[in-house]
Design a protein around this ligand. Structure first.
Ligand code: ADP
Ligand code: F6P
Length: 322
């Protein structure tokens, strides 16, 4: 059956570039003579029937804006079989034959369930965490690391002036990609990744003392959210080294702001590809960027994949710091 109407929703944590993806979905659909409905607030809005018609002008003036014009939410009800059945029925009631889901792994689980219930679904990876295994790129990561990098540069200035040690906590849920990239980009003395950190604070303390003896004016430790406890870590390090140590938790600033060029471009291409997959009759697929190409994967196969911090990159990040 030919697709006549598609829905688009954003779900889970927002990410800069989601608006560019929504714009691409809407404009590609319209270009192909397909109607588009915006489903507000992710699966929560679907179950509440918060569904609006979209046209080309609905997505004007948004490509440069952070956040998501469709809003986002987490929805417990949709994790239940009854919730998913209700969601599929609501799609049918509104004539929605296919849904583009922009989000992370949890959102894709939901997309897989909708697909099994007869609603064609395509996922687009949108998360600052870069933690989706099937893809080398997730929308929002580039903006988030640039925001974090600039903030860390600023903390570094004041750390140097006061000759302090600084622990700066970056987001990433259980993944250390934002931390690793900031480690490189900010020339941090230490980077603590959930995938690698063994909890040995004595090694950190010894390095801080050694660096101070060599005349270093600051010591920047980038700590990933998945390790956390930056404030108590700072207190223990100050007590052990005698060097003033402060913790800064960057928090939600990393999720906002105008998307970088890279996020806008990847989001635009992924949004268009998602609609093209629906038009070609595909369902239960994720758009991904792998080894320099835009590709797509079966949702369950993609969710079963794992990825890890590249060991070589971690090794190099450490050897560059003196
Ligand atoms: P993300 O998509 O960023 O990983 P979450 O894990 O919070 O974010 O998932 C977003 C939403 O996706 C959840 O609030 C829920 O509505 C839906 N979801 C998550 N897991 C499942 C599941 N196993 N089955 C159906 N829906 C799910
Ligand atoms: O997935 C994006 C993210 O910002 C993670 O880095 C973080 O762990 C989480 O979302 C925070 O979620 P919430 O908005 O529920 O606090």
């Amino acid at each position: 059956m030919a697709i006549k109407t598609i829905g688009v929703l954003t779900s889970g944590g927002d990410a800069p570039g989601m608006n560019a993806a929504i714009r691409a979905v809407v404009r590609t659909a319209i270009h192909n003579g397909i109607n588009v409905k915006g489903i507000m607030r992710g699966y929560a809005g679907l179950l509440q029937e918060e569904i609006v018609d979209m046209d080309s002008t609905s997505v004007s003036e948004i490509i440069h804006r952070g956040g998501t014009i469709l809003y986002t939410a987490r929805c417990q009800e949709f994790t239940t079989a009854e919730g998913q059945k209700k969601g599929a029925e609501i799609c049918r009631k509104h004539g929605i034959d296919g849904v583009v889901v922009i989000g992370g792994d949890g959102s894709f689980q939901g997309a897989g369930k909708l697909s099994a219930l007869g609603i064609n679904t395509i996922g687009i990876p949108g998360t600052i965490d870069l933690d989706i295994a099937c893809t080398d790129y997730t929308i929002g990561f580039d903006t988030a690391v640039n925001t974090a990098m600039e903030a860390i540069d600023k903390v570094r200035d004041t750390s140097t002036s006061h000759e302090r040690c600084s622990i700066i906590e970056v987001m990433g849920r259980n993944a250390g990609y934002i931390a690793l990239w900031c480690g490189f980009a900010n020339g941090a003395e230490d980077v603590l990744l959930p995938e690698r950190y063994d909890g040995n604070e004595q090694v950190l303390i010894d390095r801080i003392i050694e660096n101070r003896k060599r005349g270093k004016k600051h010591h920047i430790i980038i700590n990933a959210e998945g390790i956390g406890h930056s404030t108590s870590m700072a207190k223990r390090i100050e007590a052990a080294t005698g060097i003033e140590t402060r913790a800064t938790i960057l928090g939600y600033m990393q999720r906002g702001g105008a998307p970088t060029c890279k996020d806008r471009v990847y989001a635009s291409i992924m949004g268009a590809k998602a609609v093209e997959l629906l038009l070609a009759g595909h369902s239960n697929r994720l758009v991904a960027y792998k080894n320099g190409e835009y590709v797509d994967f079966d949702i369950q196969e993609a969710l079963a994949m794992t990825k890890d911090i590249p060991e070589d990159q971690f090794r190099i990040s450490k050897l560059l710091v003196r």
